[in-house]
Design a binder for this molecule. Structure first.
Ligand SMILES: Nc1ncnc2c1ncn2[C@@H]1O[C@H](COP(=O)(O)OP(=O)(O)OP(=O)(O)O)[C@@H](O)[C@H]1O
Length: 330
């Protein structure tokens, strides 16, 4: 495995700037998750590292070596796409063995057999090894795609929403497995997702992209607790951060336009009266939907809360985040 650096990467497609001067170092053994809405530049970043596309400016360094002019094969990266890409005429075993049979790797037969067995076990596809790839469900095919990357030991794994097509149970199983594999192998990963639970649970670092710019890079905790902007604050956390006028509760700092309150940063029992619109019992958490004047606010309550819709409850902020008119954190 290796550390990977993006140095001042800019990429445009016609009039669209997909990446604007992005610099970022993925430390050896890190699990870096890129977050951002559609079109933010996440996939483009992966394609740059993989060598599937060339930057207009800037360079990619793997282990300190420039990747300019190097093909994807020469870069020693393993990529998993959102949509599975398997050889349909081969069996699952043959698909998993394929990357190891590359003449560059010259992997011994017994190592191939062991690696394929290990990966098949982890991905819960051991019983399907002799099936043709076409005789699998979508979720199984995606697991084989992930497996084809995991049998290798590349400089970096690049994964583009690899779990998004799987059902919830499998997604949460594989989330845990991927994290376990990454920690135990010391693997370096660059991973794109829309799912913030994946980001919060798997990432050692999160990169927040906004229209091709990297606006924050840090641990998930740093970004959750110390976001640089309203935009970065809104990328992490379910339910989402509440954004309200800064002066709603009084006491806002000079220049503040809005106050950002995470659901757990609203104290019940004192402060301004809000009406309870709805109480949602989700099992692991209870959500209170409140209305304060014209503003909708979502907070969390004790699972055994006696509150029901129509009640009034007093609320006040604690640990508020303040933002100026441009959305920058104060
Ligand atoms: N081959 C291409 N030709 C033209 N425009 C492109 C191309 N690839 C990407 N873009 C544009 O570059 C921008 C960044 O795209 P990118 O696919 O990196 O975003 P993304 O963050 O991965 O989004 P999504 O979550 O939808 O996958 C978008 O505006 C997209 O339309």
């Amino acid at each position: 495995m290796a550390d990977v650096t993006l140095a001042n990467i800019t990429k445009t497609y016609g009039d669209t700037t997909a990446l604007a001067d992005v610099s970022l170092t993925i430390p050896d053994g890190a699990f870096v998750v890129l977050l951002g809405p559609t079109g933010a530049g996440k996939t483009t970043t992966l394609r740059m590292v993989a060598g599937l596309d060339k930057p207009d400016r800037g360079d990619i360094l793997i282990h300190g070596r420039s990747m300019q002019g190097r093909t994807p094969a020469q870069r020693d990266v393993a990529m998993v796409f959102q949509q599975y890409s398997l050889y349909p005429h081969l069996t699952v075993r043959e698909n998993l063995e394929f990357p190891l049979k590359s003449p560059i790797l010259r992997t011994p037969r017994d190592v191939i057999t062991r690696k394929v067995a290990e990966v098949a076990e982890v991905l819960q596809i051991a019983h399907k090894l002799d099936n043709k790839a076409t005789a699998l469900s979508g979720g199984e095919m995606q697991r084989v795609s992930i497996g084809r990357a995991l049998v290798r030991d590349p400089a970096i794994y690049l994964m583009d929403e690899p779990l998004s097509s799987l059902d919830a149970k499998l997604r949460s199983d594989l989330r845990i497995e991927l994290k376990r594999i990454q920690s135990s192998m010391g693997a370096t990963l660059l991973y794109v997702t829309h799912d913030q639970v994946e980001a919060m649970t798997m990432a050692t670092h999160v990169g927040v992209l906004d229209h091709g710019r990297l606006v924050q890079f840090g641990t998930p905790r740093q970004i959750y607790e110390h976001p640089v902007s309203l935009y970065a604050a809104s990328r992490l956390g379910t339910p989402k951060i509440n954004v309200l006028p800064a002066d709603l509760f009084g006491g806002s700092p000079a220049g503040a336009k809005s106050i950002g309150l995470r659901p757990e940063h609203i104290a019940l029992g004192q402060g301004l009266p809000a009406s309870v619109q709805r109480v949602e019992h989700l099992g692991d958490q209870t959500r209170l939907h409140l209305k304060l004047g014209v503003h909708d606010i979502l907070t969390l309550a004790d699972p055994h809360t006696p509150l029901t819709s129509g009640d009034t409850v007093s609320i006040q902020p604690r640990d508020a985040l303040y933002f100026d008119a441009s959305g920058a954190r104060l």
